[in-house]
Design a protein around this ligand. Sequence first.
Ligand SMILES: NC(=O)c1ccc[n+]([C@@H]2O[C@H](COP(=O)([O-])OP(=O)(O)OC[C@H]3O[C@@H](n4cnc5c(N)ncnc54)[C@H](OP(=O)(O)O)[C@@H]3O)[C@@H](O)[C@H]2O)c1
Length: 244
Amino acid sequence: MTQSLTGKVALVTGGSRGIGAAIVRRLSREGAAVAFTYAASTDRAEALAADLASSGASVAALKADSADPVAVREAVQATVERFGRLDILVNNAGILVSGNVEDIALSDFDRQFAVNIRAVFVAAQEAARHMREGGRIISVGSVGAERSGFPGTTVYSMTKAAVASLTRGLARDLGPRGITVNTIQPGPVASEMSAGMETMLIPLIALGRMGQDTEIAALAAFLSGPEAGFITGAALTADGSYLA
Ligand SMILES: NC(=O)c1ccc[n+]([C@@H]2O[C@H](COP(=O)([O-])OP(=O)(O)OC[C@H]3O[C@@H](n4cnc5c(N)ncnc54)[C@H](OP(=O)(O)O)[C@@H]3O)[C@@H](O)[C@H]2O)c1
């Protein structure tokens, strides 16, 4: 165990399950105090927090719907109030509402934009007010930003392309303050979001398997740490060669 994040404070959005929960566990294992948000999975959020706390970690589960910008802003503020500072923001919360263009409801268009991109902007804006030199903003985008791959993900893919673009702008804005901003673009990862799609997805992946949430968490931990100090404005893909 490297404990490269000892003394750091992190906030992970959407940390109750899936990739977000793996990131919470990994950053905690690296020594960070970790707050995480959730919207619906209260039992799983509380179980994760209790599990980490039982091994001595500093952890806080915060109910905050990413569709609500006030709740997102308050989650950042609550993290700073609870742990005294903020060093790492991981924008992970995301939703996928599939549907071909003829069918997708405007309400699903709006909700995906609210959760997948507006919340990323709001969290980064508030986090930037609290971060010092060495701060890290990491957003979980998707390979969907670069390749649609199959029908039904038009709106979701648009939001993830916007995440990569937002990352580049934020990197320019915050670089002079020594804060790095990056996107992780996972390919297909086994989680509730991808459940039932494995048979369709695996043939599109050169490694012939789904990614694991821990593999995405490892990249998030690296980007959070001191050795990633010159990486900013990047979209880093971990996809088993889905894009290749
Ligand atoms: N799985 C993949 O293949 C894949 C590939 C590329 C990118 N991604 C991206 O990776 C991220 C995590 O995906 P995942 O596969 O782990 O998804 P998941 O299994 O569906 O988990 C989503 C997480 O986000 C939280 N969340 C959803 N809506 C929220 C909201 N409105 N406010 C706050 N939290 C919310 C959920 O918490 P609650 O249950 O409490 O709402 C849960 O913790 C997403 O941004 C996704 O787009 C996933």
